[in-house]
Design a binder for this molecule. Structure first.
Ligand code: PLP
Length: 404
C-alpha cells in the first residue's frame, strides 16, 4: 500500500459514510418534481417528490428545451470537438452568448462549462491582472468566487454579510487603489437578498467595478428573467453579471456578461476558458431555448413565486423557523447535524419527500438546514402536503420553533 493510499483510507474512514451517500435518482422528464430513487442494492425503485432541486422552473423538462437539444444532436452530434479557440466554437455558443448579452443589456457575454468555472476563470483575470487591485468580497460568497480570488492572487477584504457600512469602511481605508466589489444577489444557502442599491451606491463613490453573481436569480426574477438587479431597475450599476445555465435555465454551463473589453480580456487570458473543451452544442441549444422561453413568458416565474410565498406562509403559521422570506430558497432551520439528517431521512421514508440535509462546510456547524426549494412544477396541494409533513416531523423530533 502506498503512503497516500494508507492516508486516504484512514481519512475516509474517519470522515464517515453518511457525508458521502448520495441518493440515486431519476428525475422523470414530463413529470418533474416526481423522480424515482433507487432503494438499496436490490434494484427496487421508490417514487419520490424532489424538494431540493435547483431546476427551480422545471426548464430541464420544458418541451422547447428538449426539442432544441434533440435537433442539435441530430445536426451536430454529441460533443463540441474542442476548446473554443481550437475547433470547438459551434453556432449555438455564439447565439447563446448574444442572447445572454441582450438579456442583461451588456455589450458581450462569454460561456463556460459551469457556473463554478465562470467565477473561477473570470475572477482570475478580472481581479488578478490589474496591478494594485483590491477586492471586497461578501463573507458568504460562494466557493467558486473564493477560489477565483485565490487563483487570481489579488489582495482581498471580506466584508460582513450584506453589511454596507463595513464595506464602505474597508474601501475608505484603501485610498485610490483600483477596487472590485463582489456579491451574490440571492444567497444560495440563506436565500436572502443583498442590499444591491446601497452596495452600488458605495461602489460608485469609490469608482469600483461591481461583479454580481446572479446564479440563483437568473430566469427567476426581473423582467425577462434578467435577475434581481434588473428587477430593481439597477442592472446597469453592475459592471459584470455572472450567471448559470444549470438552475433557472435547466441545463448546464455558466457565463459572464459585461463590457466588451473585459469580456475580451477573459476570453484571451482565462485558463479555465482556454484550456478546456467547450459545452456540447446540444447543451448550448437547450440553454438558448430556455433563455428565449423565459424572456418571453412569465408563467414559470409566477408559479415559483406563488409556491414560495405559500410555503413561507404555511411555515410561519406553524412556527417552523426558516432563514429568510426574501426568495424561493426556503432554508428551514434545524441547527443540529444529526437531527437535520434524521428529519431528511424521515421525510423520504415516510412521505417520499426528498430534501437534502445541509451541514458543514456548506453552512457553519450548529446552523444545519433543510434547504427547501419549492419549484414552479409543484402544485398548491404539494406545498400544503409538504408543510404538513414538516409539521409532523417537527412535532415528533421536538425541533425548536420560532417564538410567539
Ligand atoms: N455561484 C453560486 C452562488 C452558486 O450557488 C453556485 C452553485 O450552486 C455557483 C456559482 C456555481 O454554479 P454551477 O452549479 O453552474 O457550477
Amino acid at each position: 500500500m502506498t503512503q497516500h493510499l494508507e492516508f486516504f483510507t484512514r481519512e475516509m474512514r474517519e470522515f464517515g459514510d453518511q457525508a458521502r451517500q448520495f441518493l440515486e435518482i431519476g428525475r422523470r422528464a414530463g413529470r418533474f418534481p416526481t423522480a424515482t430513487a433507487r432503494e438499496g442494492h436490490q434494484g427496487g425503485e421508490l417514487e419520490i417528490s424532489v424538494w431540493c432541486s435547483n431546476d427551480y422552473l422545471g426548464m430541464g423538462q420544458n418541451p422547447s428545451v428538449l426539442t432544441a437539444m434533440k435537433e442539435a444532436i441530430d445536426s451536430f452530434g454529441a460533443g463540441s470537438g474542442g476548446s473554443r479557440n481550437i475547433g470547438g466554437t459551434n453556432y449555438y455558443h455564439v447565439l447563446l452568448e448574444q442572447e445572454l448579452a441582450a438579456l442583461h443589456g451588456k455589450e458581450a457575454a462569454l460561456l463556460f462549462t459551469s457556473g463554478y468555472t465562470a467565477n473561477d476563470a473570470a475572477l482570475t483575470v478580472l481581479a488578478g491582472r490589474m496591478p494594485g487591485t483590491v477586492v471586497y468580497s461578501d463573507q458568504l460568497n460562494h466557493a467558486s468566487i473564493i477560489d477565483g480570488l485565490r487563483h487570481s492572487g489579488v489582495e482581498k477584504r471580506i466584508f460582513r454579510h450584506n453589511d454596507v457600512a463595513h464595506l464602505e469602511e474597508l474601501m475608505a481605508a484603501d485610498g485610490d487603489r483600483p477596487k472590485i466589489v463582489i456579491m451574490e444577489s440571492v444567497y444560495s444557502m440563506s436565500g436572502d437578498i443583498a442590499p444591491l442599491a446601497e452596495i452600488a451606491e458605495v461602489a460608485k463613490r469609490y469608482r469600483a467595478t461591481t461583479y454580481i453573481d446572479e446564479v440563483h436569480a437568473v430566469g427567476m426574477y426581473g423582467p425577462e428573467g434578467a435577475g434581481i438587479a434588473a428587477q430593481q431597475g439597477i442592472a446597469d450599476r453592475f459592471t459584470v453579471v455572472m450567471g448559470t445555465l444549470a438552475k433557472g435555465f435547466g441545463t448546464c454551463g455558466g457565463y459572464i456578461a459585461g463590457p466588451a473589453a473585459m469580456i475580451d480580456a477573459v476570453r484571451g487570458f482565462a485558463r479555465g476558458f482556454i484550456f478546456t473543451t467547450s459545452l456540447p452544442p446540444a447543451i448550448a441549444a437547450g440553454a438558448l431555448a430556455a433563455v428565449r422561453h423565459l424572456r418571453a413568458c412569465d408563467e414559470e416565474r409566477t408559479r415559483l413565486r406563488e409556491n414560495a410565498q405559500l410555503l413561507h406562509r404555511l411555515l410561519t403559521e406553524r412556527r417552523i423557523p426558516f432563514v429568510s422570506p426574501m426568495s424561493h430558497i426556503v432554508s428551514v432551520f434545524v441547527g443540529e447535524d444529526s437531527t437535520c439528517r434524521q428529519a431528511s431521512a424521515m421525510l423520504l421514508e415516510r412521505y417520499g419527500i426528498y430534501v437534502q440535509a445541509i451541514n458543514a462546510p456548506s453552512v457553519r456547524e450548529g446552523e444545519e438546514i433543510l434547504r427547501v426549494a419549492p419549484s414552479a412544477t409543484h402544485t398548491t396541494a404539494d406545498v400544503e402536503k409538504f408543510a404538513e409533513a414538516l409539521e409532523a416531523i417537527w412535532q415528533e423530533l421536538g425541533i425548536a420553533r420560532t417564538e410567539g
